[in-house]
Design a protein around this ligand. Sequence first.
Ligand SMILES: Nc1ncnc2c1ncn2[C@@H]1O[C@H](COP(=O)(O)OP(=O)(O)OP(=O)(O)O)[C@@H](O)[C@H]1O
Ligand SMILES: [Mg+2]
Ligand SMILES: [Zn+2]
Length: 465
Amino acid sequence: MAKTKSKFVCRECGYESVKWLGRCPSCGTFNSMEEELLVPAVPVRGTAIPGGYPPALPLTISSEEEMRDEEDRLTTGMSELDRVFGGGLVRGSVTLLGGDPGIGKSTILLQACQSIARQGRVLYVSGEESRRQIRLRASRLKVSSPDVLLLTNTELATVEHAIEKERPSVVIIDSIQTMFSSQLNSLPGTVSQIKECANALIMLAKTQEICFLFIGHMNKEGSIAGPKMLEHMVDTVLYFEGDKNLTYRIIRAAKNRFGSTNEIGIFEMGEEGLEEVENPSAALLSGRPHEVPGTCTVCVLEGTRPILAEVQALLSESSFTSPRRMATGIEQNRAAMLLAVMEKHLSLRMSAIDAYCNVVGGLRLSEPSSDLAVVLAAASSYLNRPVQENLVAFGEVGLAGELRSVRGVSTRIAEAVRLGYTSFVIPHTDRPKTPIEGATIYAVKNIAEALEIALAPQEQKRERR
Ligand SMILES: Nc1ncnc2c1ncn2[C@@H]1O[C@H](COP(=O)(O)OP(=O)(O)OP(=O)(O)O)[C@@H](O)[C@H]1O
Ligand SMILES: [Mg+2]
Ligand SMILES: [Zn+2]
């Protein structure tokens, strides 16, 4: 057999080398070089634009026509999803949706097709499933619009051809890892293939004002498989999060050129696909245990929206030489730091203690305002004393054990009051100027003061306003 030439390409940065290297000399990542077969250069056919690229003419930045287009977003029919996009899909934008297997990526985009089709044609390109499988799902999700076209071929030229012929407004690629160009002699899913296909499709999006939605697989490290620069190439990167075994699913923007990255969309997986959760706080708190040590309610602000969640902690004597520290829904390092602050400023001995922290419902808390609830839940578990009923705590905790200011205090308190909470432990700098009806507010300086109020059942009866 003739010896085929190959090259090695870095998965992270695209660096190329003729021989395998244990460490990429360009970005320094270990074990990131992947072998790809090399073929004699074939003149690469142009994009689907007849006669090549349109002439590039500089235009004024505030062209009226373009301003109008900007406003004209496509709605997905799901306000939770539109919210994450920054108010709907922008024409000519490219979005990458990543998430674990089975989380519901294909489901949500297929579901969105029905509404999008009322505003323009949709082409759904799938290299993952058969036509039959997709049709079955479509009928389960009640997607029946004649303007939703299905293509189960992922060869780049074929897809480009279909786009040229059908002129869709939105194209869904499920998934970008299955796309391949027969111009390249490397397998689908390799760095070169993904890069080439993504590039060609992004070019189409920008020149023809087509909105592209790429589904992306996740790798073991929890980022989207393929070249790291894929995330840089697209306009918007969304992550589908949540525990597959729980019904709640959360879509979060990691990058958005057309909106805020603070907004999240919350869904529930059901028989007829993903349903929007209209009252996420109530949903996330359902089944919350009462009068049990190791849990505390927090109110975080996701974008402009306050969401209540339950933080749980379990601290127990360790039987390991180095104690275990586990955190889900909270950043591991943050949790470790908070335990160290507790050791120092609450005089709790943490060194021989295993600590597990969890946020119920699969929500990931990225905002430092959840610090105080983590500290209180952990202290409550350690001391085996429950946190007061109907108490919400929030505030960033500093290394000196001090509580630091957070934004949107009144919004958070109002949401919690709506759900029946009455007591609030917050940073002393954040006391609302006007009293909030139904809320007893304890504005405290540090975690020791917070703990005293949160736990003491006797103090509960003493009104402190
Ligand atoms: N009949 C059904 N009723 C309720 N839920 C279902 C039903 N069929 C599938 N599901 C849900 O849909 C999920 C699969 O969704 P989907 O295929 O959209 O995931 P995906 O993210 O595209 O996965 P993959 O990465 O494997 O393509 C399942 O995990 C299950 O929770
Ligand atoms: Mg899928
Ligand atoms: Zn590299």
